[in-house]
Ligand binder design. Structure first.
Ligand code: ATP
Ligand code: MG
Length: 583
C-alpha cells in the first residue's frame, strides 16, 4: 500500500474494472431472461449492500454503497439493501435504523419499479437450514465433534495438508439426527459443529471442510429463541445472494479466497434444485483506505466508549453521521468514491482527496457570509455615534444563477470586529492590511485609513483606530476613486452574532494511525478540536441546523444539527478554503 492519490492536480479519470465486467455480461447476455420465483422478469444487474447491523456506517462503507447502488443505477438494475444479521450476539435495531438513514442520506434507494428491496438475512434461516440438510444427505456435510483445538491441529498449514476428522465419514442419518439435536438446543455451544465435506488437503485452507453451522444459545433480534444453531457467514452469504437473484456480488479483497467455496456451495445447491442458473458471481475490489482515519468498528467504538469523542456522530469521526455533522455533503462523498474508482490493488487515498471533493461541491453553491474568528476591535473615529448604515453583498458566488438577485444586508457602525491578523503596528514587507497610515477597504463598506491603536499595560493591542471616507462606499460612484490593496472583512460589534464555533482538525496526526498493529490512541492529535466564540454576520442568526455556508476567507461551516444554545446556531468548520494541512 504505497501509492497515494494526492489532491491538488487533476485526478485521473476513475477506473473501475467492475464496469468492464458488467458491460461484457450485458453483451453476452448471461443474466438476460431471468425471472424470479413469481415469474417476474429480473434486471440483468442486481447488486446488494449487505452490512452487518452491529455498528455505524463509515466512509469505507460509503465506498461499497456507491459502488453497489451506483453500478445498479448506471446499468438499469437494482440494488438490494440487505442486513446480514446472521450473527445473534451483537446486532441491534439502533444500528438498523442509522444504517438505513445513512444510505438514504447518501442519495440511494432500494426501491425499484415501485417495489422495496429491503431484506434481512435472518428471514432465510429456514432455507439455510434446509440447504445444510441437503448437503448432509448428499454426503457433503457432517457433524464434527472434535473440539476447537483438535480442529485447529488437524487443519494443517499452508504447506502441510490437514487430517480428516474421525467423524468425517459418519453416516448421513447420524449427522442429520445430530444436526436436528443441535438445532433443538440439546447440545452446548462449541460441543459440535456442522462442516462441509470438501478436501482436507486442498491448498486453499477455506476448502478444508469449512464450518457451516455452529451452536449458539443466544436470542436473535429478529428470530428470538427459535434457533440454537446459526449459519457461518461464508455459508450464509452465497445463499442470501442466490435467493435474491443477485448477479454481481461485490465484496472486498479479503474474500477472494472464499470465492471457490462460494461457487462450490451454490453449484451443489443448484443441483439440489434450490437455485436456478445463472448463479451469482463474486467479484472483489480493494477496500477504501483513507489516511488520517481509522475504520475498524471495534476501534471506533473504543473512541466512543472512552469518551475520546462525543459520540458516533462527533464531527471528527469518519462515520457517515459524523461526516454529515461535520458539514460533508452526500455529493462530496459520492464524488470522492467515484474519483477513486474500483481497483484490484490496495492503496491509500490521501484524506485531502475527500476534502477537495467537499470544496469542489460547495464552492459553486454555498451561500457566503462573514465571520470574524479571532476578533480585534476597530473604531471608526469619524463615524457618527449610534448610526448604522446598510451594506449589502451577494448571497451566492459569481457562478451561481442567483448571484445577481439574492442579496444579504448587514449594517456598518462606528465599532466593528476585524481579524486580529488584519492589523500590524509595524508591518512586515508586503503587508497591505491595516497599519498606521495605510488605507484599506472594509469589504462591502467604506475605505478607511488607519490612525493608530490602543494597548493594554502589557503592550497588547486592544483596539485599532481609523477614519472613513464617506464617499467611498462600495457600489457607489465615489468608490472607484479609491485604489487600495487590502480588502478586509468585518462585522458590526453592536449587531454581530456572538456564538460558539468549533474549529476541527484531523483526529489523528499519523497518516496511518493503526497500520501494522500500532497503538492508534498514541497517534491522537491533541488539537483536533478548538472551541472559540466568534462574531458572525447578523444574517446568520436564523441559520437552520444543517445549513452550510462559506465564511469568507475561513472555509466552509455548517450549523450544527445537534447542539445549539438559547436558540442560536453553533457552527462546525467542515474544511478550510485551501489545503494547508501540515504545511
Ligand atoms: P468492519 O471491519 O469495520 O467491522 P465490515 O466490513 O465487517 O466492517 P460490514 O457491515 O460487514 O462491515 O460491511 C458491509 C459492506 O461494506 C461489506 O460488503 C464490506 O465489504 C464493505 N466495506 C466495509 N469497509 C469497507 C471499506 N473500507 N472499503 C470498501 N468497502 C467496505
Ligand atoms: Mg463484515
Amino acid at each position: 500500500m504505497s501509492n497515494e492519490l494526492k489532491n491538488g492536480h487533476t485526478p485521473a479519470p476513475s477506473t473501475n474494472f467492475l464496469r468492464g465486467i458488467i458491460e461484457s455480461d450485458l453483451v453476452s447476455g448471461v443474466y438476460a431472461q431471468r425471472s424470479n420465483r413469481e415469474g417476474e422478469a429480473l434486471p440483468q444487474v442486481v447488486t446488494r449492500f449487505p452490512p452487518e447491523p452491529n455498528g455505524y456506517l463509515h466512509i469505507g462503507h460509503a465506498k461499497s454503497i456507491c459502488l453497489n447502488f451506483g453500478l445498479a443505477a448506471d446499468y438499469a438494475g437494482r440494488c438490494h439493501m440487505r442486513f446480514d444479521d446472521t450473527n445473534p450476539e451483537k446486532e441491534e435495531q439502533e444500528y438498523v435504523d442509522t444504517i438505513l438513514d445513512s444510505v438514504k442520506w447518501l442519495g440511494f434507494s432500494w426501491e425499484h419499479e415501485g417495489k422495496s428491496h429491503l431484506y434481512y438475512a435472518s428471514n432465510y434461516f429456514d432455507v439455510m437450514y434446509a440447504c445444510a440438510q441437503a448437503l448432509i444427505r448428499k454426503g457433503l456435510a457432517y457433524v464434527d465433534e472434535q473440539n476447537a483445538e483438535q480442529m485447529r491441529e488437524n487443519r494443517g498449514t499452508l504447506t502441510e495438508p490437514g487430517k480428516n476428522s474421525p467423524w468425517r465419514d459418519r453416516p448421513a442419518e447420524e449427522s442429520l439426527r445430530l444436526f436436528e439435536e443441535m438445532r433443538d438446543g440439546k447440545h452446548p455451544d462449541g460441543s459440535m459443529i456442522l462442516r462441509a465435506k470438501i478436501d482436507m488437503a486442498s491448498p486453499n485452507m477455506n476448502l478444508r471442510d469449512p464450518a457451516i453451522y455452529r451452536i449458539r444459545h443466544a436470542t436473535h433480534h429478529n428470530t428470538g429463541d427459535k434457533w440454537r444453531v446459526y449459519p457461518m457467514y461464508t455459508f450464509a452469504h452465497p445463499i442470501e445472494d442466490a435467493l435474491e437473484n443477485i448477479s454481481h456480488s461485490i465484496c472486498t479483497l479479503e474474500f477472494e479466497d472464499q470465492r471457490p467455496f462460494y461457487d462450490w456451495l451454490l453449484e451443489q445447491l443448484a443441483e439440489e434444485g434450490f437455485f436456478k442458473k445463472p448463479l451469482p458471481h463474486q467479484y472483489e475490489f480493494a477496500r477504501l483506505n483513507l489516511t488520517y482515519i481509522i475504520t475498524s468498528k471495534r476501534k471506533l467504538r473504543q473512541l466512543v466508549d472512552e469518551k475520546i469523542v462525543s459520540g458516533w456522530d462527533d464531527p471528527r469521526m469518519p462515520t457517515i453521521v459524523g461526516l454529515r455533522r461535520r458539514g460533508y455533503t452526500p455529493e462530496a462523498i459520492r464524488l470522492m468514491c467515484d474519483r477513486t474508482g474500483a481497483s484490484k490493488n490496495n492503496s491509500w487515498i490521501d484524506f485531502s482527496v475527500l476534502e477537495g471533493a467537499l470544496r469542489e461541491d460547495l464552492d459553486p453553491k454555498a451561500p457566503r457570509a462573514v465571520a470574524v474568528l479571532r476578533p480585534l476591535k476597530l473604531i471608526i473615529d469619524n463615524f457618527p455615534e449610534g448610526v448604522s448604515i446598510d451594506c449589502s453583498a451577494p448571497v451566492y458566488p459569481p457562478a451561481h444563477p442567483e448571484h445577481d438577485t439574492a442579496h444579504r444586508h448587514f449594517p456598518i457602525t462606528k465599532e466593528l470586529w476585524i481579524e486580529r491578523e488584519d492589523f500590524m503596528e509595524e508591518p512586515t514587507k508586503g503587508y497591505f492590511r491595516l497599519f498606521p497610515g495605510n488605507k484599506v477597504r472594509l469589504r462591502y463598506g467604506y475605505v478607511v485609513e488607519c490612525t493608530g491603536c490602543d494597548k493594554d499595560e502589557h503592550g497588547n493591542v486592544i483596539a485599532v483606530h481609523c477614519n472613513y471616507f464617506e464617499d467611498s462606499k462600495s457600489g457607489t460612484e465615489g468608490s472607484s476613486n479609491y485604489k487600495v490593496k487590502g480588502n478586509l472583512h468585518w462585522v458590526s460589534a453592536e449587531h454581530a452574532l456572538a456564538t460558539e464555533v468549533r474549529l476541527y482538525d484531523r483526529l489523528f496526526s499519523d497518516p496511518h494511525p493503526d497500520a501494522g498493529g500500532k497503538d492508534f490512541l498514541a497517534a491522537l492529535n491533541p488539537n483536533s478540536k478548538e472551541v472559540i466564540t466568534a462574531y458572525l454576520e447578523p444574517t446568520l442568526k436564523t441559520a437552520q441546523p444543517g445549513e452550510i455556508y462559506q465564511f469568507e476567507r475561513h472555509g466552509y461551516f455548517v450549523a450544527d444539527r445537534v447542539d445549539s444554545t438559547a436558540g442560536q446556531p453553533i457552527f462546525n468548520r467542515a474544511v478550510t478554503l485551501k489545503d494547508s494541512w501540515g504545511k
